[in-house]
Design a protein around this ligand. Structure first.
Ligand SMILES: C[S@@+](CC[C@H](N)C(=O)[O-])C[C@H]1O[C@@H](n2cnc3c(N)ncnc32)[C@H](O)[C@@H]1O
Length: 198
């Protein structure tokens, strides 16, 4: 029996639990995170060609991005559907929308691989730092393609392997060097596209 076989459902349950457990940290650090991520968000919005009155889908929105940046751009006649698998991340996203007075986002707790809206429902689909957590990226992209209207755009940003993401590696290496810490225990990052040890 192959005990290492990858179980996508088990993986996704783990993802849900993991993101629920770190949601408070994302809430605490969101201003810093957004300062760091702003250029990525701007690029995604530019590539997706977001326009007033559009109907936009945000996948794996976490605590609400890019949905919260997109919402004022599509305006009152437009709409954003923001989805994520983590109820805790979504709860923070809803709170942030309320604080900002944003009323045109429909937050939905949904696995990206199970999103099922009618054909050509969306004018744009965006996703910041989510696709690399999906066991079946090809299948999901095919399914999303069906939900895009003609001439509409899909724009995304994904993480590369850990060593190429300062977001992960910089803090770990800096702390390790500053305090002469031992090599941290090897951690298998739970990400199907990486399948790597860090
Ligand atoms: C790195 S965070 C990105 C959140 C947000 N888009 C941002 O850029 O700040 C990744 C998000 O992907 C979500 N996620 C992981 N697997 C998912 C899945 N199968 N379906 C939907 N969301 C998922 C997590 O719950 C988490 O909120």
């Amino acid at each position: 029996m192959n005990t290492n076989s990858f179980d996508p459902n088990k993986f996704k349950d783990g993802q849900r639990q993991q993101w629920n457990s770190v949601a408070a940290g994302w809430k605490k650090w969101w201003e810093t995170l957004e300062r760091m991520a702003k250029d990525v968000t701007v690029k995604i919005i530019e590539m997706a060609d977001i326009q007033p009155d559009q109907n936009v889908l945000d996948i794996a929105t976490g605590i609400g991005e890019p949905a919260l940046t997109v919402a004022p751009l599509v305006g009152e006649k437009g709409k954003v559907v923001a989805t994520d698998v983590s109820s805790e991340m979504l709860s923070i996203a809803r709170g942030r929308a309320k604080e900002l007075g944003v009323t045109n986002i429909d937050f939905q707790e949904l696995d990206a691989e199970q999103i099922n809206y009618p054909e050509a429902e969306f004018d744009s689909i965006v996703c910041r730092w989510g696709l690399m957590f999906l066991p079946d990226v090809d299948g999901t992209l095919n399914s999303l393609h069906r939900m895009l209207s003609t001439d509409s755009k899909f724009a995304t940003a994904v993480w590369d392997e850990p060593e190429k993401i300062p977001f992960f590696s910089f803090a770990v290496h800096t702390l390790k060097n500053m305090f002469d810490l031992p090599q941290p225990p090897r951690m298998r990052l739970q990400c199907p596209v990486w399948q790597t040890e860090y």
